[in-house]
Design a protein around this ligand. Structure first.
Ligand code: CMP
Length: 138
């Protein structure tokens, strides 16, 4: 079924000048952009976005990194969006990401891993609503 996922192009990929290359891969893979913005998280907002990881040892580092520079946030639509987007981006750790995936091409490390992709339909809806109102979706 057609459904939606949520992505962020993370600070490392933005700083490296890879926004265009990553969006090109996303569009060529058949994802339709429903909403998009170029923005920057405060540490407070990054902490809220990643609240599910609060007890993890890397939480502080993750929040600091995700608020270190601008990002691109977007809602994407496609048949089987959540799973197909996770295939397109590759494993969280770029050392384990398959050839040709976004993380294999552009990620630096498990923390600075170029892109985010929602892990379920439920989280895609929650994450999309974190950034976008109904009037910002087309
Ligand atoms: P993402 O899928 O966007 O959401 C959780 C993030 O936590 C993940 O990407 C990684 O960037 C980060 N992360 C996961 N595991 C680790 C780790 N072991 N060390 C540092 N960051 C991590």
């Amino acid at each position: 079924a057609t459904n939606r996922t949520f992505t962020m192009i993370k600070p490392d990929a933005v700083a490296d000048g890879n926004i265009g290359a990553i969006l090109k891969m996303i569009e060529e893979a058949g994802f339709k952009i429903i909403a998009m913005k170029y923005t920057k998280l405060t540490a407070d907002l990054a902490g809220k976005f990643y609240e599910v990881h609060k007890e993890r040892p890397f939480y502080g580092e993750l929040v600091e990194y995700m608020s270190s520079g601008p990002i691109v946030a977007a809602i994407l639509e496609k048949d089987n969006a959540v799973a197909d987007f996770r295939t397109l981006i590759g494993a969280t750790n770029p050392a384990e990401a398959a050839e040709g995936t976004i993380r294999k091409l552009y990620a630096k490390s498990i923390g600075e891993n170029a892109v985010h992709g929602s892990d379920s339909d439920e989280n895609a809806a929650i994450e999309g609503s974190f950034y976008f109102s109904e009037t910002e979706r087309f």
